[in-house]
Design a protein around this ligand. Structure first.
Ligand code: ZN
Length: 312
């Protein structure tokens, strides 16, 4: 009746490939974390030395980035644990938990930035001179290096994206201090400080929403964004000998690791191995699934978990 078949991809070796990425990310987070942390202490020292409230508050802004990087780092370390008999997927999704926490953290920062901007609208602005200028420039350099280090990795890794946006918000914060100072010095238009701050608060709000939504979708096991499940079905049905595709499931284990499973109804069980190999190759090469499980059957047991079968 129903024959269970699973595939183990040739590229799926422990300790290579994806694992390398986890270690690279850990190193990047460690470097950016230390750099940002040391800069926070310097900025805080400058703030207390000069007594500038603006410098002290920017130092705590920097500290929030350290917190964001730390969350990403801890999540990364947990995610590197191998699968075992109690956790058959390992702890890969710790990265998604990290992304979700950082998304919420960023959302709070966005609200804070918006609130601060609003509060500063009518208020006197402390024009950056001397120490404040040094602090902003120092921040700009530190955050630019961190930004460069993390930029490439954040494109494909949700956890790194969370950390990236924390660096981004302090980086842009430093730029805005300098731009606002220049505009005020040249035109005397003081509301520019609050306006720029609030505009960036909105960008941050959008970024945090994206991170939270992406992480939430992983937990809801929605179909990976880049996968057209109807097209997968069409392609599987086009394989010679496949007569029906049922119980298709495609989900994200963690960033860049998509999983697929389905029941394939075939004409004759003798062709099973050949069909299985073609299907696996299709899923791996055309759709980049990290792992797939296919059940081959010559007849399907009906009304099994129908509410999670999209094809009926
Ligand atoms: Zn079935």
């Amino acid at each position: 009746m129903e024959k269970q078949q699973t595939n183990t991809q040739p590229s799926h070796n422990r300790g290579t490939g994806s694992f390398h990425g986890v270690e690279t990310n850990a190193r990047i987070l460690k470097i950016t974390g230390w750099m940002t942390g040391i800069y926070f202490l310097i900025e805080l020292g400058l703030g207390f030395y000069s007594g500038s409230v603006a410098v002290i508050s920017d130092a705590f802004h920097t500290f929030s980035a350290v917190g964001g990087i730390l969350i990403a780092f801890v999540a990364n370390r947990i995610s590197s644990r191998e699968a075992n008999a109690n956790a058959t997927y390992g702890f890969r999704r710790a990265e998604i938990v990290g992304a979700l926490l950082n998304g919420v953290f960023l959302l709070l920062m966005a609200l804070y930035v918006l609130y601060m901007g609003y509060m500063r609208l009518g208020a006197d602005v402390e024009l950056p001179t001397g120490i404040m200028l040094v602090a902003a420039l120092g921040g700009l350099i530190t955050e630019f290096i961190a930004f460069k280090l993390i930029y490439q990795e954040q494109k494909t890794n949700m956890n790194m994206k969370g950390a990236f946006w924390h660096i981004m918000q302090t980086f842009v914060g430093s730029i805005l201090i300098l731009i606002a100072a220049a505009v005020i010095a040249l035109t005397g238009y003081t509301p520019i400080d609050a306006i720029l701050g609030m505009a960036f608060g909105l960008v941050l709000l959008w970024a945090s929403y994206k991170i939270i939504a992406d992480a939430f979708n992983v937990f809801m096991q929605t179909v990976p964004k880049e996968v057209d499940i109807e097209q997968v079905k069409t392609d599987l049905l086009a394989l010679p000998g496949v007569t029906a595709v049922r119980h298709m499931h495609a989900w994200v284990l963690t960033s860049d690791k998509n999983i697929f499973s389905a029941h394939l109804e075939i004409e004759k069980s003798e062709n099973g191995q050949q069909i299985l190999e073609m299907a696996e190759r299709l899923l791996r090469e055309k759709y980049q699934f990290y792992f797939s499980t296919l059940q081959l059957e010559t007849s399907h047991t009906t009304s099994v978990a129908d509410e999670i079968n999209i094809i009926n």
